[in-house]
Design a protein around this ligand. Structure first.
Ligand code: CAA
Length: 381
């Protein structure tokens, strides 16, 4: 399968590459170490149109296709995977879901500032006791007539503190199981909402991940997205697209680590020659490049299928499963090629290795992707 990029897609790819090199590379190590959110660069990304890439321009977005979005995430992740996940969540878990399923009023009020980058959004599904088992929601939204009363705790929320608009999934009727789940738009200023503990993470350390607490938060009925009971379908459909974004992030992490390993192998000498002349290193690099190319084909294919309006559940799961697996393998080899230098922060590859791990966990673990694939491949058939 050959994927030819249009002139516009190549331009987007180049713009993201330039941005990453000039705006993200300086300070990336320091932000990682200090767990510091990249406030300025994320605002600049919004001004460039990268926070609502697939959203229609009438709602403040850039109106681009999924492939352009994936190309941008890949380039950003080659330098800074923490900024990439902020961008991915805002684009595919928040803006996409709001545009696809929100009412006109919701889109005007909430989507426009999110897609233009004026505000940041978060997607709140995971709970202390509901991660992979996403139907077991303990957060409750009681129907009180013209509003819902929201109570519960969400965990591991990307953009938890930097966001000001939150899509919150909650149970409204326990007896109906996943058909009794809804999704609500919650504003940061709503009384009863608090941002909790910041997670001290292994990787993507400058992305802000928090617990969120909801205590008797009155959410207007107008803030429920879609018909009653639509929340779980909303979450699953949205996550299918989100998984393409995370697959692109994993691809970018792997490609970034490979580029550094190749450069290092050309410069570093051992036994009298650059180490790239040793077959042991050549074989490693050859395998890394092959895995990256295979992942790229899966990721671009998933984006292309989504752009063609076909069912992309399977291709998104395959892309995420494979790209995250090879991201871990490739980054580990990149550290190995660097030897002792790979184990210290200045050479970036140790950060890539730490950042790669989360791509096998969030937006559906590798095991969940296999479960989704088994259902798509064998059970539905
Ligand atoms: N696409 C569309 N629909 C899907 C779907 C998918 N990928 N997966 C499940 N569904 C639908 C099913 O078809 C079913 O619908 P119907 O009842 O209408 O037939 C419904 O969802 C329930 O599915 P199951 O009966 O299969 O439910 P289950 O409990 O056995 O399994 C699951 C569901 C697939 C395991 C699901 O819970 C899941 O995907 N879990 C992982 C959750 C996840 O990805 N969490 C990540 C957190 S978000 C995050 O990380 C964001 C961030 O900040 C970075």
């Amino acid at each position: 399968m050959e994927i030819r990029l249009s002139e516009e897609q190549v331009a987007v790819q180049q713009a993201a590459k330039d941005f990453a090199r000039h705006e993200l590379l300086p300070g990336v190590i320091e932000r990682d170490e200090a767990q510091q959110f990249a406030v300025g660069p994320v605002q600049a990304l919004g001004q460039l149109g990268f926070m609502g890439m697939m959203t229609d321009p009438s709602f403040g977005g850039s109106g681009m296709d999924t492939l352009s979005y994936v190309l941008a995430i890949e380039e950003i992740s080659k330098i800074d995977a923490s900024v990439a996940v902020c961008m991915s969540v805002n684009n595919s878990l928040v803006c996409w879901g709001l545009e696809k399923y929100g009412s006109e009023e919701q889109k005007k009020k909430y989507l426009t500032p999110l897609a233009s980058g004026e505000k940041i959004g978060a997607f709140c599904l995971s709970e202390p006791e509901a991660g992979s088992d996403a139907t077991s929601q303990h957060t409750i939204a009681e129907d009180k007539g013209d509003y819902y009363l929201l109570n519960g705790t969400k965990n591991w929320i990307t953009n938890g503190n930097s966001a000001s608009i939150y899509l919150v999934i909650a149970q409204t009727d326990k007896d109906k199981k996943h058909k009794g789940i809804n999704v609500f738009i919650v504003e940061r200023e709503m009384p009863g909402f608090t941002v909790g503990k910041k997670e001290n993470k292994m990787g993507i350390r400058s992305s802000d991940t928090h617990a969120l607490m909801f205590q008797d938060v009155r959410v207007p009925k107008a803030n429920r997205i879609g018909p009653d009971g639509f929340g779980f379908t909303f979450a699953m459909q949205t996550l299918n697209g989100g998984r393409i974004g995370i697959a692109a992030q994993a691809l970018g992490i792997a490609a970034g680590a490979y580029d550094l390993a190749l450069q290092y192998a050309r410069e570093r000498k051992a036994f009298g020659v650059p180490i790239i002349e040793h077959q042991a290193i050549q074989f490693k690099l050859a395998e890394m490049a092959t895995k990256i190319e295979a992942a790229r084909l899966l990721v671009y294919k998933a984006a292309t299928i989504k752009d063609a309006d076909q069912d992309y559940t399977q291709s998104a799961a395959m892309a995420k499963l494979y790209a995250s697996t090879i991201a871990m393998e490739v980054t580990t080899e990149a550290v190995q090629i660097h030897g002792g230098y790979g184990y210290v922060k200045e050479f970036h590859v140790e950060r890539f290795m730490r950042d790669a791990k989360i791509t096998q966990i969030y937006e559906g673990t590798s095991e969940i992707q296999k479960l989704v694939l088994a259902r798509e491949l064998f059970q539905k058939a």
